[in-house]
Design a protein. Structure first.
Length: 167
């Protein structure tokens, strides 16, 4: 056994002392290394995180307009609030060209399809029945309420999509 004396400090060099010193040294190294570069550490530098990419434009949802009934056109109504100001292009598409769907876009309050066809609504634009695709373009102001109407004079329901773009 060897005694070593350092200034103000005496230590006996034994196996148990070396094991204890190794344990203390490991504990000190772990304690001082916590937070050095580990991503979950509060002291780690913040890595550059790029902004997430913008979500893709949503694909138009497929809807179905009911069939005409006793001479009354089937009607699909969609109330929309304009997200911005500019020129809105509303596009109606359907797969069966034998159908004669018709698109109307109105502004403000339009009570029902009877008011629509009777001229009781402010019509921003409409298409001729069967115009494929049906496209209506009009000036809009962000926050305005507009209504998209799809009329079906045919004896069977028809699936369609409506896409609205504002530039």
């Amino acid at each position: 056994m060897t005694n070593r004396t350092l200034t103000g400090f005496s230590m006996v060099n034994t196996r148990s002392t070396r094991v204890a010193m190794a344990a203390v040294l490991i504990a000190v190294m772990i304690a001082t290394s916590i937070g050095c570069g580990h991503q979950t550490s509060p002291t780690a530098p913040n890595p550059f995180i790029p902004a997430p990419p913008s979500p893709p434009s949503p694909l138009p949802t497929t809807n179905t307009v009911p069939a005409a009934n006793n001479g009354e056109a089937g009607v699909y109504r969609l109330d929309v609030t304009m997200s911005g100001s500019g020129t809105a292009t509303v596009t109606l598409r359907w797969s069966n060209a034998d159908f004669s769907l018709q698109l109307y876009v109105t502004s403000g309050v339009c009570a029902d399809s009877t008011s629509l066809v009777a001229g009781g609504c402010t019509i921003l634009g409409s298409t001729r029945p069967g115009s494929l695709p049906g496209v209506v373009t009009s000036r809009v102001t962000g926050g305005d309420l507009n209504t998209i109407w799809v009329l079906n004079p045919d004896p069977a329901p028809q699936s369609f999509t409506v896409d609205v773009n504002i530039e």
